[in-house]
Every structure is written in structure tokens, then in C-alpha cells.
Write a protein that binds this ligand. Structure first.
Ligand code: M6R
Length: 614
């Protein structure tokens, strides 16, 4: 989704802003722009990549020390120069960048048109900047007060950075529903603003995450001032962020996605050991104590999430129901709150999210909280909105995930949910201490198991080469491997643009079998569990209709290997832990297919890393 970067200080602003935009590229965008305040406001905007914008910037802007910049992921209006941010008010004084959607923009636009305002593009943001001007014109307010007044009448979500050339020493920033962080330095001479910590962290580790409806004035030489949109003063907390910049680079890898796939032994291990007592390997979720009783006695756990995190939620459903015998429902966050769900105060609503900012998941959590449920998140980004708003957060320690296709965040989510299920099983006397210990000990071997799969990467790559012209795939799985079929299909379609559908294997006969023919390969996740024989039969059914088969099987497989055209072998682990292993060859397969097809693996078309609008 859109990315915002802002700087006010003593250094040359445009370099900081362009560098920041490059670090935000991973969020997904289709145009970019920058505004710097010299004697006048100078604006540069380009459709396409940040590099186009960089090349268009006039280099006589060396001494300018304040500006705002933006990568836009189109919502209202195509990715044209007119629709790119920053947007300027009709009088040319105010300029702003925005992440989010102003939902009542049509209503505000009508009022503005009636009062003589004109518009160059179609965006809701252009309406907002002019609405701020209207309030200034009519009420003679400072930029700070005009922004507050305007926001009292604007519905929707926003993170905003705003400059008014009449007050050249100030920048106003604010948020509601969309993330925004402010970087502070020891002096009050410079401030950094960004959609996330990544572009700020090389300058300062002291970050403030704004809360909804807070408006901040950043003024050189002054302490940052925070109020709400009604002018009531607010305090703020400065967080020290420990984010290693080396880990946010591609290193020697061709793509972030590949690096992140190969990081998994380390990220799974970090995640596991962060929730295990070092001395005796007991599972320990920091700060859970107060809520533990509620969780252990929960009548139901509702998991809300989107995309890959939703698939981790389904793995969680199998694990928690099997080990702890608590009923679990897994919901698409985007559907959940719109169907008037029945939620009680005895329910635990658990969000799974890499970013902790996905708009639908956040909204589902807020809705559940308002209904009295206890909220819990499994989340990868420290200080994210979900982590701050939930009653409890269990972090995944996957490090920054830059590739749009989620890989290491998924396996870290599955690692946390596995530990949680084991712990709940134990506390509820559903499993013995021996069973818990043996699962934990086995989990500890998963990083080395994943490393063994990497030894087969050349083979996976060779297999991938056979499928670069394929236009459609079916993915099948059963039991706890069903969500891995879904995840394999999602990975392939999002980065290689090949149509792929994930199905529970037994459902094939109820429809998808009609599609089977020579040109439609089926990927079957067929590790050796209680459904193995049934999966072998499914494979026979596909073969009988001339469909090619790629199968994920255990090392010691004897039957599927005879039927499939290609196999990806993975070490055998307990059934309940197999998903975290079986997903890895499918991540590599989709990566190689996409690279062979020449696709932009890390920034696939139309996708955003973190979907912060509904
Ligand atoms: O940050 P979240 O985990 O909440 O994001 C959820 C989805 O947007 C995300 O998993 C998306 O499906 C990825 N592109 C999948 O690779």
C-alpha cells in the first residue's frame, strides 16, 4: 500500500526522501512523488518506479531541508501524474501525502466544487488538501488547526504528512487507521516521518508510533507536540527499535523472497527459542500470565486473518483442536465483521498477521473487542497497531519481511501456533507432559529439516522449468496439509501470475476434476499420514485423465513416487508438524517458476505488502 516518508531538519531533504521511498518500495506501488519546500513548493511526480522519479528531480535542490514524499498504490483513479501524490491545494500553499481512503470525499468534493475549487485528478486526497485550504480560507486558521478541523469532518482512514508554505518551519503529521511512525533525534532539530521503521532506522532508533486521531506538529528547534483532533494534549512514548539494517538488505541473493526462504531455519529457530524457557524448554509466552486462565478456559477461539496468515490460521485450527480440544473457527477478516457474527466475552479472537496493520484484520479485532471478546495477536512487527491494541501479543521473530510474497513470516506463525497448541493441550490436560516434550523436541529439529530441503533446490528449479508455459494449476492437500495446498497455490499465482487453485483433495471429485487434462498439472501434498492411501487414489484419478502430477512426498515414499511426474522429497516429521516442512518446496517452486517467467518476484504487479485499506 502507499508509503509515506517525510523529513524536516538540517540535512539535504531530497536524498533522504528518495532513499526512503526506495526502502518503502516493497510495500507495493505504481507511482511516486516528492514535494520539497524551497522558497516555493517544488513537486516532482512520476508513474512507475521510484528510479523514474529520482531521474526527474532537478539537482538544484541541494540546500532544501524539508519535504514529503510518497509511493502510491492506486485506489481512486489510475496511476497517472495527476493522481500521484503529493497533492497541492488550489492556492498552491498546502501540500500533502496520504495513505488511506477518505470515504466521504464525494460529499466534500461537491461542497468544494460549489465553492469554486477545481481538481486535476480523481483522488480522494486531492479533495482533502483542498478541504483544508477551504477551512483555512473561511476561518483564518493556522495549518495545524485547519488540519484538525478538516479531520473532524473527514471519514475513513489516513496517515498524512502536510506542509504549508506560509508556515515553512513546520510539518503536520497525523493518522487514523493507517500506520505512521516518527523518528526523533537527540536534538529537536530534525524529525523523520515514515509509514514504517525501515526508512528511518539508519538515522535514529527512537521512534514514536502515533495513535489514531493524534495530530503532531514537528517544528525545528521545538519538542514534538501531540494533540488529538480536538486540540486536547496527548503524551507519547518513545520506543527504541532494534532492527538490524543488514537484515533488511538482499545480501548476496538475487531477490528478497529467495533470501527470506533461505532464512527460515534461523527465523523458525529464533521464533521457537523466544518462547521456550532456556533451561528446560518449557513453553513460555511473555506477559501472557494474566490472560492465561481465560485462554485455557476459552469456550472458543476465533482466528481472523487474511491471505497467507489465514492459511497459518487453518494450520492453527488443526493444531489447537487436535492438541487442546478447544473449538476453533478460522475467518476471513474481511468477511467476519460484516455478517454480524456472534461473539461473546468468553471468546478469544486471535489475529494472525505479519504486518500487524492489515486493515481488515485490525477492524475485525476492534469489532471483537467492542463486543467484549479477549483479543490476541500473533504478529511480526513490533509496535504495530495490532500489537498495541490487543490484550496480548505473541510475536513471531522472523525479522523484516520485504518480499511481497510471505514466506518466513508464515513458517514463524506456524511455529508460534504450534507452541501455543502444545501449551494449551498441556494446561487443559489433553496431552501428557511426555507428548508435549516430544513435540517441542521435534519442533527444535525443524530448522535442520528445512535446511535438508534446501539441498534439493537445484532439483526443484529443474522441475519448475517444465512449467513456465503452464497457464493453470490445481493444488490438493488433505487434513493439516490442506492449508499448504492453499498456500502453494497462492504463492504461485501472486508472483508468477499463473492461475492456481488450492482444494481439499477429496473435493476434487465434486468439481475440479472436470478441468483435468494434459495441460493442467496437479500439485499434491502427499506426505505419509492417515490420508496417504486416499491421496494416492486421487493421484491415480488425475493420471487416468492424463493430468501431470507434481507431488510433495516424504523421503521414504514408495507409491506416489511411481505415479507422479515429479516429486519434491521432504523429511518425515510428525503429521502435526509436517505443514511447516511441506510448504518449503512449494515456496521454492513458485519462486523459480516466476524467475523463469521473468516476473518481478519481490514486487509483483498490483500487490501491496501490507493492505492498509479495506
Ligand atoms: O500482514 P498480514 O499478514 O496481515 O498480511 C496478510 C496478507 O495480505 C498477506 O499474507 C498476503 O496474502 C501476502 N501477499 C501473501 O504472500
Amino acid at each position: 500500500m502507499c508509503g509515506i516518508i517525510g523529513y524536516i531538519g538540517t540535512k539535504q531533504a531530497s536524498n533522504i526522501l528518495v532513499k526512503g521511498l526506495k526502502k518503502l518500495e516493497y510495500r507495493g506501488y505504481d507511482s511516486a512523488g516528492i514535494a520539497i519546500l524551497d522558497k516555493d513548493i517544488l513537486i516532482y511526480k512520476q508513474p512507475g518506479k521510484v528510479i523514474n522519479l529520482e531521474e526527474s528531480i532537478d539537482h538544484q535542490v541541494e540546500n532544501v531541508t524539508m519535504g514529503i514524499a510518497h509511493t502510491r498504490w492506486a485506489t481512486h483513479g489510475e496511476p497517472t501524474v495527476d493522481n500521484a501524490h503529493p497533492h497541492t491545494s488550489n492556492n498552491g500553499d498546502i501540500v500533502l501525502v496520504h495513505n488511506g481512503i477518505i470515504e466521504n470525499y464525494k460529499f466534500l468534493k461537491d461542497e468544494l466544487i460549489e465553492k469554486g475549487f477545481s481538481f486535476e485528478g480523481q483522488t480522494d486526497t486531492e479533495v482533502l488538501v483542498n478541504y483544508i485550504q477551504l477551512i483555512q480560507d473561511e476561518q483564518g486558521l493556522s495549518i495545524e488547526d485547519a488540519v484538525k478541523k478538516a479531520l473532524q469532518n473527514a471519514n475513513g482512514a489516513y496517515a498524512l504528512a502536510i506542509i504549508d508554505k506560509k508556515e515553512p518551519n513546520k510539518m503536520i503529521v497525523t493518522r487514523k487507521g493507517s500506520p505512521l511512525a516518527i523518528g526523533l533525534t537527540d536534538s529537536n532539530d530534525e524529525f523523520y516521518v515514515a509509514s514504517d521503521a525501515i526508512p528511518i532506522i539508519e538515522y535514529t532508533q527512537s521512534l514514536v508510533y502515533l495513535n489514531d486521531n493524534e495530530v503532531v506538529v514537528l517544528e525545528r528547534g521545538q519538542k514534538m507536540k501531540v494533540t488529538d483532533i480536538y486540540g486536547v494534549e496527548k503524551s507519547y512514548k518513545v520506543k527504541k527499535i532494534d532492527l538490524n539494517l543488514d537484515k533488511v538488505s538482499k545480501g548476496d541473493y538475487e531477490h528478497y523472497m529467495l533470501k527470506e526462504i533461505f532464512e527460515q531455519p534461523a527465523t523458525i529457530k529464533n521464533t521457537l527459542y523466544s518462547h521456550l524457557n532456556h533451561e528446560n524448554s518449557d513453553i513460555h509466552f511473555e506477559n501472557l500470565d494474566e490472560l492465561k486462565e481465560k485462554l485455557v478456559n476459552a469456550s472458543r477461539i476465533i482466528i481472523v486473518s487474511c491471505g497467507t496468515s489465514w492459511h497459518a490460521g487453518i494450520v492453527g485450527e488443526y493444531l489447537i483442536e487436535e492438541l487442546a480440544r478447544i473449538p476453533v473457527e478460522v475467518e476471513y477478516a474481511s468477511e467476519f465483521r460484516y455478517r454480524n457474527p456472534i461473539i461473546t466475552k468468553d471468546d478469544i479472537v486471535m489475529a494472525i498477521s505479519q504486518s500487524g496493520e492489515t486493515a481488515d484484520t485490525l477492524a475485525a479485532l476492534r469489532y471483537s473487542k467492542a463486543q467484549g471478546a479477549t483479543t490476541f495477536s500473533i504478529c511480526n512487527v513490533f509496535g504495530s497497531s495490532m500489537a498495541r491494541e490487543c490484550d496480548f501479543t505473541a510475536y513471531t521473530y522472523a525479522g523484516a519481511e520485504i518480499g511481497v510474497a510471505s514466506t518466513k513470516a508464515f513458517t514463524a506463525q506456524v511455529a508460534v501456533v504450534s507452541l501455543l497448541a502444545i501449551q494449551l493441550g498441556l494446561e487443559r490436560n489433553q496431552i501428557t507432559q511426555e507428548k508435549a516434550n516430544s513435540l517441542v523436541e521435534e519442533l527444535k529439529t525443524i530448522p535442520s529439516v528445512v535446511n535438508q530441503i534446501f539441498a534439493t533446490d537445484d532439483h526443484i528449479k529443474k522441475v519448475a522449468k517444465n512449467y513456465t508455459e503452464t497457464t493453470s494449476f490445481l493444488f490438493l492437500g488433505r487434513g493439516i496439509n490442506f492449508p499448504i495446498a492453499l498456500e502453494g497455490a497462492l504463492k504461485l499465482k501472486e508472483i508468477s501470475y499463473i492461475h492456481a487453485e488450492g482444494y481439499p483433495a477429496a473435493e476434487m471429485k465434486h468439481g475440479p476434476i472436470a478441468m483435468i487434462e494434459e495441460s493442467l498439472p496437479t500439485v499434491i501434498v502427499a506426505t505419509n499420514n492417515e490420508y496417504y492411501d486416499k491421496l494416492v487414489s486421487n493421484a491415480q484419478e488425475v493420471k487416468a485423465r492424463k493430468g501431470p502430477i507434481v507431488a510433495v512426498v516424504n523421503d521414504d515414499d514408495t507409491e506416489m513416487i511411481q505415479i507422479a511426474d515429479h516429486v519434491f522429497k521432504v523429511p518425515r516429521v510428525s503429521d502435526l508438524l509436517q505443514p511447516i516442512v511441506s510448504v518449503v518446496p512449494l515456496q521454492l517452486f513458485s519462486y523459480h517458476v516466476a524467475v523463469f517467467k521473468g516476473c518481478n518476484v519481490d514486487q509483483p504487479r498490483n500487490l501491496a505488502k501490507s493492505v492498509t485499506v479495506e
